[in-house]
Design a protein around this ligand. Structure first.
Ligand code: ASP
Length: 367
């Protein structure tokens, strides 16, 4: 009898201790959106599979070690392949992220996402959230049914990253294949490899080892502080990371991308003029150069009030202001370090505030 009594007191104490430990763990909230990390295939060795099949609960069950790192809760926002990502889903997702931030109940947020457009969602969120808590995007290159699926370890590493105080104030992050990247610079560079994510201009911010995140450096483009820098004699002192309040927004202005190549013709742009796009990003050759067949159409677009941003199809380097193209003369905007898909996002958000090309150029000067 005595033994039984002591045993039940002991179990209650253990239960209290376990509950207290769980309460002391950082709280990480997972927003699931689909992608290959939630993909399932008919074979463990073949590459054909469908993205966005498995719910977040199942993904978490596959990685029990996560419960040692953080107290994790989550919800499914959508369950799609990220090739189908849209402005509408971005607005829903970002508003949910902002609600979680405002609740002050979470220490970090992890977003599971397909890899195809992960860099875009990360960059979008970096412009419309204003918080020091880590917001970490994660995905997988192999479906959950594959041999050596990379989803479980990536998810674990993402939770480690989101739970760590070392990740505070580093902006929106992408955590893939054991490394951490900043939203503005990261890009998908390989169609199938697990080491596909890279920040070609600035490198990874850090790495995860044995359940701990280590940082080499902070991303440059974080925080709302004024930072002066001089480029070719011009002093840039705008707000470093622009912030756009999306609370009242139901949709985003229409902005499209036209791709440059030899023999390209003006009709790649005409469609967007005819359909009243508000902005056009031209993924030019080299330093954002524009074919002579397209140049007059872009001039026409600008005269019609459309904002034209020059970016580049070249994967590294920046599209610099007034290089081979006299941007000031044509009222074109140079995208600097943003690739065309990220330039489109900044342009859409900038257009929610202004249609003045000079002001819009100032937003881009920060990249
Ligand atoms: N098509 C998938 C997606 O982006 C690819 C992936 O997740 O790796 O959703």
């Amino acid at each position: 009898m005595n033994f039984l009594k002591r045993f039940s007191v002991l179990s209650v104490m253990m239960l209290v201790a376990v509950t207290m430990m769980a309460q002391e763990l950082p709280k990480v909230y997972i927003l699931a959106t689909g992608g290959t990390i939630a993909g399932s295939g008919s074979s463990a060795t073949k590459s054909n599979y469908s993205a966005g099949q498995v719910a977040i609960g199942t993904l978490l069950d596959a990685v029990p070690a996560i419960n040692d790192v953080a107290y994790v809760e989550g919800e499914q926002v959508v369950n799609i392949g990220s090739q189908d990502m849209s402005d509408d889903v971005w607005l829903v997702l970002a508003k949910r992220v902002n609600e979680l931030i405002a609740s002050q109940k979470v220490n970090g947020i992890v977003i599971t996402h397909g890899t195809d457009t992960m860099e875009e969602t990360a960059f979008f969120l970096s412009l419309v959230t204003d918080s020091n808590i880590p917001i970490v995007l994660v995905g997988a290159m192999r479906p959950s049914t594959a041999i050596s699926a990379d989803g479980p370890v990536n998810l674990y590493n993402a939770v480690v990253t989101a739970a760590s105080p070392a990740s505070m104030g580093r902006g929106v992050l992408v955590c893939m294949n054991g490394k951490v990247y900043g939203a503005a610079d990261v890009t998908k560079t390989n169609t199938t490899s697990v080491e596909t994510f890279q920040s070609p201009n600035s490198g990874a911010l850090g790495y995860i080892h044995n359940g701990e995140v280590f940082y080499y450096h902070a991303p440059d483009r974080v925080g709302r502080k004024f930072v002066d820098h001089v480029h070719e004699g011009t002093l840039f002192n705008e707000v470093r990371t622009p912030y756009f309040n999306i609370d009242g927004l139901k949709s985003l202005p229409k902005v499209g991308i036209a791709y440059g190549y030899s023999s390209v013709e003006g009709d790649v742009v005409d469609m967007m003029i005819d359909k009243h796009y508000k902005g056009i990003v031209y993924a030019g050759v080299g330093n954002g150069n524009i074919h002579k067949n397209v140049f007059p159409e872009l001039e026409k677009a600008r005269k019609d009030g459309i904002i034209v941003v020059r970016s580049s199809r070249v994967p590294t380097g920046a599209t610099t202001l007034d290089a081979e193209v006299d941007d000031n003369k044509y009222e074109f905007v140079a995208s600097w370090g943003l690739n065309p898909q990220k330039a489109r996002i900044l342009l859409m958000l900038a257009l929610t505030k202004t249609d003045d090309w000079k002001t819009i150029q100032k937003y881009f000067n920060n990249y």
